[in-house]
Design a binder for this molecule. Sequence first.
Ligand code: GNR
Ligand code: NI
Length: 171
Amino acid sequence: MARLTILRYPDPRLHTVARPVAAVDERIRALVDDMLETMYEADGVGLAATQVDVHERLIVMDTSEQRNLPLVLINPEIVARSAEMALNEEGCLSVPQIYDRVERHARVTVRALGRDGQPFEVEAEGLTAVCVQHEMDHLVGKVFVEYLSPLKRDRIRTKMIKKTRDEQRGG
Ligand code: GNR
Ligand code: NI
């Protein structure tokens, strides 16, 4: 297993549209394991392949309290969405220390392949529903800050560029 580098907003590679995973093989299983390690190490509840510069439709998540229930979603598709919406505070490992409210479907049903390539469906609500929608946005090149006002987004962009520059100087 290996820890992967997470792209930081406004890296243009975060806007890449992922293509489907062609086959759930050893390469994909190794990527899944590295992404899980990277997600747990960063204390995240989810990670999309886009964030580690792999542009294939693959997500890992764990929204459990004890962080011992990894969920792997390969070629995920949302097959049902609630009419009811919910406002939730979101963050993103690619936009560290920025949190703001985003409106999403309160519940979604997702169809995907698991780590072994078997198809399954999962009904998500609460944080899991938020996370599924947030991660699936990453796969089409969308970061949550794009739901915020242009003014807020611009301020975040400037802040992230400065933060990244300061860190590279050894801060
Ligand atoms: O770790 C994460 N926490 C989180 C909190 C609220 C809404 C969405 C998320 S996803 C985020 C990890 C991440 O950036 N996934 O793409
Ligand atoms: Ni994210």
